[in-house]
Design a protein around this ligand. Structure first.
Ligand code: ADP
Ligand code: ZN
Length: 435
């Protein structure tokens, strides 16, 4: 039986949801125009006033905000409430450059935690569950967000933070955790360590995992589900819009429902900024219509995905986003070909390798090189050089079929690629390091 945290909202008719969004958007634009000089200037430059925004149909008239704006306005330039009304600051993990900070009033914290409670409930969580949160705590939004959501649901919450993996497993066994929240790469690492410590899935009580904060493939989902004996659910969010919980997966596991009562989603062409019709692949843009302190309008996430309103078997009517293929700025252009690390991950897991790999891109004699270090699992480990070369050739051929360009594959001994306790670093682009 499907469980909802807020059935009225999660299963609301499109008509009612649109009405709610219309009202909230109109009020939010007024609030931002009156309180954020930085955004007022952008609107003035575009010749738009709050009176021009009468419903969501007018959304496209508003200017975009980008990460560059956030950096320019750092730290207080986009704040829409007096600091005395703010109760929290969080910050991005800085994956792609200088960190940005986001501010929250108590109202903003409540709505964020509420979104996380929806995600936990959709994954089957109730007050009878023990929820082990191993996202990082601190400025990073992962730990605090899921921690708050878990409290709301009434789960017994284990605020573990990331790291100290053997202790994570000991607690998981001793305290009979039923739900695990962390990055997918850390979940894979926890699974690996569990088996190394001589345990099996029979020794743990986990039933579900809520994994996000970085891209992961369907192949990786199956691996994690097998190694931990659970159902693995995706969760998405970004600091700029509050944190995890902007969207979450339901029992159907075919994309994440966006909490549309708080966030309006659009898909745009990243080159022209034009809004694309439903079903098109493009850059995801969010407008937060309920946040008070840091209410970004038309924020360009740089995440590439597809939105769909097809009926979902879970009964929710909230629009669904596909797993982001990766960020537009994660995309590598190698010898003119667009490559997402997730495509390489798909091939590796299909070929029976664990998701322990690192991609190195360089430029030698004016030509791009692509080297992929892939760890052998214990059962594949072979010290027969001939064998290794054969396996490297097979893997390179499979990757060439996927990408259209030939990589150099290097099989490396087990446990030589660093494991991730947070967001995994998959790519070293030496071309960028050289400037
Ligand atoms: P940073 O941009 O420094 O990593 P955040 O910690 O706020 O800062 O990360 C937000 C970004 O993480 C998103 O824009 C997206 O690229 C990525 N992300 C979050 N959740 C997911 C997910 N479930 N799948 C893929 N990518 C995700
Ligand atoms: Zn659903």
């Amino acid at each position: 039986m499907e469980r909802y945290w807020n059935k009225e909202i999660e299963c609301m008719s499109r008509e009612d949801m649109k009405k709610l969004q219309d009202e909230r958007l109109v009020a939010q634009v007024k609030h931002v125009y009156a309180n954020v000089p930085y955004y007022k200037k952008l609107m003035d430059e575009k010749g738009v006033t709050p009176d021009d925004i009468r419903s969501t149909a007018d959304l496209h008239k508003l200017p975009f905000l980008t990460k560059a704006d956030l950096r320019e306005a750092y730290p207080y330039g986009l704040l829409a409430k007096p600091l005395s009304e703010c109760v929290r600051i969080q910050s991005t993990s800085g994956t792609t450059g200088k960190r940005v900070v986001a501010f929250y009033t108590q109202h903003d914290i409540d709505l964020w935690e509420d979104c996380c409670a929806r995600a936990i409930t959709a994954a089957g969580g109730t007050k009878d569950d023990v929820c082990q949160v191993c996202y990082g705590y601190g400025l990073f939004t992962g730990g605090p967000g899921l921690n708050g959501g878990s409290h709301k649901v009434g789960c017994l919450t284990l605020p573990m933070s990331s790291g100290n993996t053997e202790r994570q497993i000991q607690f998981m066994i001793d305290l009979q955790s039923t739900i695990l929240c962390c990055t997918p790469s850390y979940a894979a690492y926890i699974g690996e360590t569990l088996h190394e410590m001589g345990y099996t899935t029979d020794d743990i009580k986990l039933k579900a995992g809520i994994f996000g904060a970085e891209p992961w493939t369907e192949e990786m989902r199956r691996e994690i589900e097998k190694s931990l004996g659970i159902k693995a659910y995706d969760i998405y969010g970004l600091t700029e819009t509050s944190g995890p919980g902007v969207s979450f997966e339901c029992s159907e596991q075919t994309g994440m429902h966006i909490n549309e009562d708080h966030f309006i989603a659009e898909i745009i062409d990243p080159d022209t900024g034009e809004v694309l019709p439903e079903g098109s692949k493009g850059e995801l843009v969010f407008t937060s219509i309920t946040k008070e302190a840091f209410p970004l309008l038309r924020y360009r996430t740089r995440d590439i995905c597809v939105l769909t309103r097809e009926k979902c078997s879970c009964g929710r009517t909230l629009v669904k986003m596909s797993k982001p293929l990766g960020r537009s700025d994660d995309m590598l252009i190698i010898r003119g070909v667009n490559v997402f690390p997730s495509q390489i991950e798909t091939v590796l897991i299909e070929q029976g390798y664990a998701p322990n790999y690192q991609i190195e891109v360089d430029r030698v004699n004016n030509s791009d090189t692509l080297d992929i270090n892939v760890e052998m699992s214990d059962d594949k480990f072979s010290d027969m050089v001939k064998d290794i070369q054969q396996k490297e050739r097979e893997l390179a051929a499979a990757i060439k079929t996927m990408l259209g360009i030939s990589p150099k594959v290097h099989l490396v001994p087990p446990k030589t690629i660093a494991r991730s306790e947070g967001k995994a670093v998959r790519v070293i682009d030496k071309r960028k390091l050289q400037g």
